[in-house]
Design a protein around this ligand. Structure first.
Ligand code: TYC
Length: 106
């Protein structure tokens, strides 16, 4: 198709959500790296994902040991905002911390 009216996947999903009225949820994951400090990740989990110190420490250690850990599950718009907030805080503090979101099968 090249008539300038192709839909990207996000537009297709928005249409689907409007049609059936039930927003999909997304897993938001933190990824491990060798440079971001453990303290910084714990603070991200507390401030952006509403975790207490115990929960935040467990998730941070899961990411550190396994490479990836679940920070939260949210509707698409909120998940996107969380991912952006993590990347902004990481950038502002010069850490390479990455955060990704993945649609759940619900
Ligand atoms: N691996 C990092 C370190 O040893 C800690 C870390 C944990 C980094 C979780 C990122 O998402 C992360 N300093």
């Amino acid at each position: 198709m090249s008539n300038g009216r192709e839909k990207n996947s996000q537009q297709t999903e928005e249409k689907t959500e409007l049609k059936i009225g039930k927003p999909s949820h997304y897993n938001v994951f933190l990824l491990n790296d060798d440079y971001t400090t453990m303290d910084f990740v714990v603070n991200i989990l507390k401030r952006i994902f509403g975790k207490n110190l115990t929960e935040a420490t467990q998730i941070m250690l899961q990411v550190h040991k396994k490479g990836v850990g679940l920070a939260g599950v949210y509707p698409r718009d909120i998940a996107e905002t969380k991912v952006e907030a993590v990347h902004k805080m990481a950038r502002d503090n010069e850490f390479p911390l990455k955060c990704i979101m993945e649609r759940k099968n619900d």
